[in-house]
Design a protein around this ligand. Sequence first.
Ligand code: DC
Length: 222
Amino acid sequence: MKNDIFAIAIDGPASSGKSTIAKSISKKLGILYVDTGAMYRAVALFCIRKGISTTDEDAVNSVLDEIDMDIETIDGIQHIILNGEDVSDKIRTQEVGQGASDVAVFFNVRERLVEIQRNIAKEESVVMDGRDIGTNVLKDAQYKIYLTASLEERASRRYAEYVAAGENFTLEEVKAQLAIRDKNDMEREHNPLTKAEGALEIDSTNMSIEEVENAILDYVQK
Ligand code: DC
């Protein structure tokens, strides 16, 4: 890392509010927001489109060289470009989210994406969110946050997003999907989701977005 730049690492389970918070914090501090989940989602989307099972490690590994990924920031919003196509909206489905959790288990996928993530953070100050940012990608980050919320609360937030996006799941289905994602992300062999040593833990179950934002800004500005 260059001397004058810093990093804020935000990790936590699916739908804990990481990206909402990371986006607003990055805006307030005038630094780059990097959503690493979007990169795993782009790999999953590529595989799904090719008809490759996202749980088939050999098949996923065999197409990694065909994937060219670019991150662009337009008006403070991250866009993910997959082989020249802006897929930022197309990666936000339940199917792609689960596929991302599947491909994220594979060592080669992680190695490739972590390299891109570290290169971005070498150049400028970032707020980066994901599952292994404070524990692995940016182990030396000056600020580390572990953002959680109860499964019930996360399911109801995700359910509301799906209703808005026209995806047809019941609240119970969404809760079951999140429980599978949690298990996958927390119990995998390579860089599972866990709280980084020294990270500030925030349970946002009963907090507003503003309250979480203020807690993080207090911590960073102290
Ligand atoms: O944050 P998200 O829901 O967009 O992430 C999708 C999946 O990608 C998540 O279930 C696990 C994986 N992921 C990861 O393994 N490491 C990261 N740094 C970010 C996401």
